[in-house]
Design a protein around this ligand. Structure first.
Ligand code: SF4
Ligand code: MG
Length: 329
């Protein structure tokens, strides 16, 4: 039930008043060991804020973050430091996430030393070489500078840094979004290989559904700070139970014309999170909107095994639910 409220100060508005924005309004999910959960939604839906709360880069306003049964969001900084190595991050921009004044060896040695994982220089060098090998780079890369590498190579280095402490969970926030199409595929394959070998779980935050289709086991869809739907990947793709998910999926380009989806693209902009729509937050853009959608908030409820959705249409009998009778997206 994670919540995060930001207060926008009077300085920003220049009026001496403040405004509150609920970036995350009660989001719940779990991630299993070795699993990739994709967190998707349009820009500003709160998905990065969820990731930042898990990483403790933001303090939740309410709710909990739990790792292996232990609540971690309210630990003291000293206690949390011991757990830090278990949750790592790969950011979007491979050009700003590596310190340009440090050689690759030092960038990778830093977490190894900080977390007390190596004792001698030789041990450190061995471990750095091992990390570079895991991400498909040669050992001599260690003695070079970040500016000598392409975006894809830098992202490999960023992944190696995240792997240094053998984490249980890596939050990948738009980790491949800035890369060229062919490089994206390479990095996604690398992440999948790493997961097979290490059992690391990924929270894969992305707006790129073609990539999400490729990498995820389960998908959680966020809209204006809330979960619209969460389900195994196949169910999300074949039988989405929320109109927003259907619209998002229909916007994914499909190369084969015979397979092209018929659903219209998502219309209109996301409403301001400062004053989200009443009732169902999606009602201003929903092609299925009914009267009660404007006043009644749909709860996130089970609709099938491991599949939850927050839409009133799922109260209807299966034969009357347009989400089920319409051809699969
Ligand atoms: Fe659309 Fe109503 Fe379902 Fe919201 S609850 S997604 S407005 S049909
Ligand atoms: Mg973001």
């Amino acid at each position: 039930d994670l919540k995060k409220r930001f207060v926008l100060g009077g300085g920003i508005l220049g009026l001496g008043t403040t405004q509150e924005v609920d970036a995350v309004s009660g989001v719940s999910f779990t991630i299993a060991a070795g699993e990739t959960l994709a967190l998707v939604g349009e820009s500003g839906c709160g998905k990065s804020t969820v990731g930042r709360c898990i990483l403790r880069l933001e303090t939740p306003t309410d709710g909990q973050v739990v790792l292996d049964g232990e609540r971690i969001d309210d630990l003291s900084p000293e206690t949390f430091r011991k757990l830090r190595k278990r949750i790592q991050v790969v950011f979007q921009d491979p050009f700003s996430s590596l310190n340009p004044r440090r050689k690759i060896r030092d960038i990778l040695a830093e977490p190894l030393r900080n977390f007390g994982l190596v004792r001698t220089r030789a041990e450190c060098d061995r471990k750095v070489a091992e990390l570079l090998q895991i991400v498909g780079l040669s050992e001599d890369v260690a003695h070079r500078w970040p500016h000598e590498f392409s975006g894809g190579q830098r992202q490999r280095i960023g992944i190696a840094r995240a792997l240094a402490s053998d984490p249980d969970l890596i939050v990948c926030d738009e980790a491949v979004s800035a890369l060229d199409v062919s490089v994206k595929a390479q990095i996604v394959n690398l992440l999948k290989d790493i997961q097979k070998k290490t059992g690391t779980a990924f929270l894969f935050i992305s707006h790129d559904l073609a990539i999400v289709e490729n990498i995820s086991h389960r998908v959680a869809v966020m809209y204006l700070g809330k979960l619209a739907e969460i389900a195994p990947r196949e169910a999300i793709l074949r039988r989405p139970r929320h109109p927003y998910t259907r619209a998002l999926m229909s916007a994914v380009p499909i190369p084969d014309p015979a397979m092209r989806r018929t659903e219209p693209l998502l219309k209109g902009d996301v409403p301001s999170p400062i004053a989200p729509p009443s009732g169902c937050r999606f009602h201003t853009r929903c092609p299925f909107v009914e009267e009660r959608c404007r006043t009644e908030v749909p709860e996130l409820r089970p609709v099938a095994a491991g599949h939850l959705a927050a839409c009133h249409l799922n109260d209807l009998a299966d034969g009357e639910n347009p989400l089920l009778s319409a051809p699969p997206v």
